[in-house]
Design a protein around this ligand. Structure first.
Ligand code: COA
Length: 503
């Protein structure tokens, strides 16, 4: 495809330059809002070129750092490249890059881990300071300068609105057929001027197909031709399959009890292999005419759309393997009729999630016997990725499900512990815990019954006697019978792992 067909606005064609020249327009010390969500739709060329500028500045003994705000995780070309040259002062609101993770945990990079639905409104309110520059990947530009969004929307609308200057990357590698798939709502506001979000079904559209950006804000246009990160999923392993089976059985039971309709309720599915296995299970399962109101659309949901099991899906981003991405591009007209991509302040909006009655399915690091969940930290202090959208969906969903294998690191860690070493989702926000061992339905249960249910259904048999022993002794201690704990032992499992290599 030619430059003219992708960048149809003559005014913006005049701003075309190399990634190196565009990166040179980003000075040290600024806040930069970049596109990108779960490895989709992130800028492919400017961050790398900026990293080279930073490397050169470091060689001259100059300190050069920027703060990077995104939708969610990006890819090695962005987070990895900038982290490698120590170019990031502060990162928000979510990352999953190994190098970033290391720098954050070594104390060399600041990180703010934020509910994804909160980020835009925090930025509008100025909580993070002034946004100086936005670097946004788009599929193209219309004749009148409207921007065709790419494979993720994330916070792009907010970054473009809030930034003084905008750098666009126009990626020929993204399917031109994405045009028309997006729904960008410009009706959000800060209190007290807020209006209800007019969405009552996942597939409803009430916004624009394009991102709006005054052409005078655009200081550079960079042409790229590169794929998204497009990570492969491993085929579902035995544990993931068992978790998926427990969930499917539970859904069937809920339909029978008339607590769920036969087509279930809109599904939200977290990222990763377990989530993908659950979708694969649903694709084979008895439920039809399903819908999704989620933030990320992975291979599993694409396959369900293709098979017809899933009728419609709303998300803010794709996160596809190379094969699934090819399938999407090949049959883009089919998928455009069935998928809506929205800004993350809408895809994760608590009001909408509550109204639709979303079934929230998310992974976790560990849960404790009372059902508090840690999604983000290893052994209390080391960040893994971040809370992402799990809190938006867990607190506001109709059903809030957390899933994990019952052990980690070859069986040396129990993911069911007396007390979580970090809390992301409190016991009040967690209704169902699932491991390959079984499913604990905590709805309507007071704390001590929750504990017995989680220990007996979810813990690995190797750790179950230890957990029973802890719980019984905590109850016998008579310190307080509502949520019994032994204060000197509650976190001893984590301490034991750090000192002995085994819980
Ligand atoms: N203690 C220590 N390490 C643990 C652990 C525990 N209790 N549980 C898992 N881990 C480790 C695993 O060993 C693995 O390590 P490795 O990368 O060195 O192999 C890593 O954590 C990831 O675990 P895995 O079992 O592969 O799970 P996953 O890919 O499903 O990810 C989360 C699990 C919790 C990290 C992931 O779901 C997440 O980041 N969640 C928060 C964001 C979110 O929920 N978003 C949802 C909306 S999109």
């Amino acid at each position: 495809m030619s430059t003219e067909s992708r960048i149809r606005c003559p005014k913006l064609r005049q701003r075309i330059m190399s990634a190196e020249d565009a990166a040179a327009l980003i000075p040290s010390g600024v806040n930069v809002g970049m596109s990108g969500f779960t490895g989709a739709g992130y800028p492919k060329a400017v961050p790398g070129a900026l990293a080279e500028h930073i490397r050169a500045a470091r060689a001259r003994d100059e300190n050069f750092r920027i703060s990077v705000w995104t939708g969610a995780s990006t890819a090695p070309e962005l987070d990895g490249a900038l982290a490698e040259v120590d170019g990031i002062q502060m990162r928000l609101p979510y990352q999953s890059d190994p190098l970033c993770r290391q720098k954050i945990n070594d104390g060399q990079m600041e990180y703010m881990d934020i509910h994804l639905s909160h980020v835009a409104q925090h930025a509008w309110s100025g909580f993070y300071g002034k946004l100086d520059i936005a670097v946004i990947e788009v599929v193209g530009v219309t004749e009148d300068g409207r921007l065709i969004p790419s494979s993720s929307v994330g916070n792009n609308k907010t970054w473009i609105d809030q930034a003084d200057k905008v750098i666009l990357e126009v990626n020929q590698g993204q399917s031109a057929g994405l045009e028309g798939m997006h729904d960008i709502y410009y009706g959000t506001a800060l209190p007290p001027r807020r209006k209800p979000i007019p969405l009552t079904r996942p597939e409803e559209r009430f916004g624009e197909k394009y991102l709006m950006c005054p052409p005078e804000k655009v200081i550079a246009v960079v042409e790229t031709n590169a794929p998204d990160r497009n990570s492969r999923f491993s085929p579902p392993d035995e544990n993931s399959q068992r978790i998926a089976n427990h969930l499917l059985e539970f859904f069937a039971h809920e339909v029978e009890a008339k607590r769920l309709p036969p087509e279930l309720l809109p599904l939200q599915s977290g990222v990763g292999n377990i989530a993908n296995a659950v979708m694969a299970g649903l694709n084979e399962g008895p439920f039809n005419n399903l819908t999704a109101f989620t933030e990320v659309l992975q291979d599993g949901m694409l396959a369900m759309l293709k098979s017809g099991k899933l009728a419609k899906a709303s998300a803010t981003a794709f996160s596809l393997s190379p094969e699934a991405n090819e399938e999407l591009a090949k049959n883009i007209d089919f998928y455009r009729d069935r998928i809506v991509l929205r800004a993350q302040e809408i895809s994760n909006h608590p009001e909408v999630i509550r109204r639709l009655g979303v079934i929230a399915l998310n992974g976790m690091i560990e849960a404790d016997i009372y059902g508090n969940v840690n999604s983000t930290h290893v052994m209390a202090s080391r960040i893994m990725n971040g809370i992402g959208g799990s809190g938006d969906f867990a607190r506001n969903g109709y059903l809030s499900v957390f899933m994990t294998p019952s052990t980690a690191k070859d069986g040396s860690i129990s993911t069911i512990v007396p007390m979580v070493s970090h809390v992301d989702h409190t016991e009040h926000d967690v209704q169902i815990v699932v491991t390959e061992q079984g499913l604990a339905d905590l709805r309507g249960l007071p704390p001590r019954q929750r504990a017995l249910n989680i220990i007996e259904n979810c813990a690995h048999p190797d750790f179950r006697p230890q957990l029973r022993d802890y719980f019984e002794r905590a109850c016998n201690s008579k310190r307080g019978m509502h949520t019994p704990h032994l204060l000197d032992e509650a976190l001893s499992w984590h301490h034991r792992y750090e000192t002995c290599g085994h819980m």
